[in-house]
Design a protein around this ligand. Structure first.
Ligand SMILES: [Zn+2]
Length: 236
């Protein structure tokens, strides 16, 4: 059971498109009060914030558009000079300590998985429709920081694969093509998307001479995992 507390923020407007994506974030502060201050200072919001003790704060109603993603894109879902996923997504913040190695707590993991699972059932979303802020805004953002993507992925939330060697050799594909096929926006620059991909899917990779081949293999594996889920959800 989620411990849900209403803590409304006034920063929202009308949602004009159905929910098709969940965007996960993190805020790095010592106290919750600092997070509330940060929302107020920038007049931004998310739909939910999960505190380190697992309490889920509801900040903006899901039917409203919260201001969490900013300029962003995923799978070309939005267009325009300043595309933003705010219209079609739900934003969830994880409160974390501002220390370099601070982790999301086990209580947050439990609450986050439960909240995401509930929302995915409600809006009929599949695993590939849960992403991180850095995935959709790679040129501007690096959150959620130190996020347990593998744990969430194993729970069916977000795409995950442990494979390092792809089934088929995709030697004719460039990194840019693989990134775009997974969903990464390439309009903000390939390098930024590549960094976001590595942060999400290869957090322990060391930058050695073979790293680009490893990245290419990992890109192909993640794309295979994406396509498997996307194909399954199209059939339904
Ligand atoms: Zn964020």
């Amino acid at each position: 059971m989620l411990c849900l507390v209403d803590r409304p923020l006034p920063y929202y407007d009308v949602r004009r498109r159905p929910v098709a994506l969940i965007v996960l974030h993190s805020m790095s502060f010592h106290t919750l009060q600092e997070s509330w201050n940060a929302f107020d200072a920038d007049k931004v919001s998310s739909h939910y914030l999960i505190d380190r003790d697992g309490t889920v704060y509801r900040l903006v109603g899901e039917e409203k558009r919260a201001y969490h993603a900013g300029i962003s894109n995923w799978r070309g879902m939005v267009s325009g000079l300043k595309p933003s996923l705010n219209d079609c997504s739900i934003g969830i913040e994880f409160q974390r300590l501002p220390l370099p190695h601070a982790q999301i707590t086990q209580k947050q993991v439990k609450a986050g998985i439960e909240l995401c699972a509930q929302l995915m059932r409600k809006y009929k979303l599949k695993a590939h429709q849960v992403v991180g802020h850095a995935d959709v805004a790679p040129n501007r953002k690096d959150d959620p920081v130190n996020f347990p993507w593998r744990t969430f992925g194993k729970a069916g939330i977000g795409i995950w694969t442990d494979k390092a060697a792809p089934r088929a050799v995709l030697s004719n594909k460039t990194a840019s093509e693989l990134l775009e096929s997974i969903g990464y926006p390439v309009q903000f620059g390939i390098d930024a998307s590549l960094i976001a991909f590595k942060r999400h899917y290869m957090p322990n990779a060391r930058p050695d001479a073979s790293v680009m081949q490893k990245v290419m293999n990992r890109l192909a594996c993640v794309l295979e995992a994406h396509q498997k889920v996307a194909k399954r959800s199209r059939r339904k």
